[in-house]
Structure formats: C-alpha cells, structure tokens
Design a protein. Sequence first.
Length: 285
Amino acid sequence: MRAEVYYFTGTGNSLVVARDIAAGIGASLIPIPSVMGRGRIESDAEVVGLVFPIYYETFGGLPQIVKRFVGKLVDLESKYLFAVTTYGSASTIALGRLARLLESRGGRLSGRFAVNMPENIYPLLAAKKHPRMFATWKESVGRVCTSIREGREITFHTPNVVVGRAYALLSTIGRLLLPLYRGTTIRQLQKGAGSTLRSYDELLPLMDSGFAVQEACDGCGICARLCPVENIRMVENRPAWQHHCEFCLACFHWCPREAITSTALTSPVKYHHPDVTLKDMLRRS
C-alpha cells in the first residue's frame, strides 16, 4: 500500500500528528506548501491523508491554503482519503466541509479524525493540560493508524482534555450556535485587518496588517523563510507583510528574538509544539 500524508502547520501541532501517522502507516510525509506551485496535484498513492489545524470554525474551519490545495487535487476516485484536524476549542463542521470539497473533486472522505491540541492564539488556555493533550494523542495514534491501514469508514475524535466528557454535548450546541457568532468574528477580523470589509475571504489575508516588528529584530529572515504562503519579504532587514496572510501565526510564535507582535492577539505568549524544531518547520519538501 502506497500512502501519502500532506500537512499544513503553524505551531507544529499538525506536523507532529502527521509525522506520527506517516510513521504508523508507512507513508510519505509532504508539506502542503511544497506542492502549491503546481497547477494540479496528482498522486499514484492508494491512500492520501490531509492533516491541518482548525481556523475560524464560524466560517468553516478550513485554512485557506487547504481549500486551495483540495482545489488542485485530481484522480481521487479510487483512493482511500482521510483527514485529521487539530483543534484547540472545537472541531464541529470542518471535516464535513472538507468532505464536500473532496466530493466536488471526485473523492470520498472515508476517515475523519480530530485531535485536541493547544491553541495557537490563546496558548495559556489550559496550559497545564498541554502534556496531557500530547499524551492523549500518543495513546490514540495506534487506533487512528489501524483504521487507516484497514481502510475503515470512521469518525473518531480523541478525548478532549480541556472539557472532558462534556465535549460531545458542547460541540453539538456549538454547531447550532455557530451562525450566531459570524458577526462577532467579522468584527474581530475587521479590527485585526484594519478594514471595513465584510467578507471573511477578503478580511483574513489582511490580518497581517496588525503585525509589527520591534527593535529586538536582528534581520535574520527566519520569519520570511518560515511563512508557508511566502507572505513576508525582507525590506532593509525587516519583515514586510504582503497581505495574503493565512494568519497561522508561524512568524509570531517562531521568531527567535520574539520581536514580532500583533494587535489582533490579546496574549503575547509564544507557543510551539515541544517536539518540533525550527529546522522541522523550515522543511518544505
């Protein structure tokens, strides 16, 4: 069985999950940004997986780069497709949205998995529970890999460490209430983007308008090398954001000088997965 696992990550959470699954099923591990320059993405693998974080689930939860990636996929009809979302607060509708996108490309999402991981925007939330989140994933990876190897039709969420058994009820309520929070999300995006636009798809790329660089910056250029969508240029040894942002916050969390700030963030605390290095993040192929 030939298998490929494609991943997108900002803090390394999704990379750890993708790496563990790739090792468990004997798959090639491929960063999504490394293939986005292609007009179409085709694979001779029998099993294809996607691993990515949840962003703004009030508007579907799928990172923009993941939607563009799926739009390039071809020849999916005979493949076993699976997806894994990593989430901090909830994962309620993103996998369903992805399933419909894949169906439009001729594929069927058979394996649907969600993994509770630390937030990238509010990293202090349940910070003491981070080790338990990591351990819970390690306890679950065997079940996930077995399901994939056996080609099962399955939906499986790892236990939510923050809210425990109440998660199923809270996620159901949250799914019903999501439309009510779209206005709040748009206002938050407008503030971060410094814009009066009303469209989520137009506002999100402008969220880099709130980024600034402090005097501690030494011009190393790691932020530009790290950005998965090449949204940062170095101008006079300082990062300049180009307004096609994913708001993955990789530049914010991985700056070695902690010199990048954002008006869209209420907490200046940096976070990245402890098992991921900067070298891992810089790997694009």
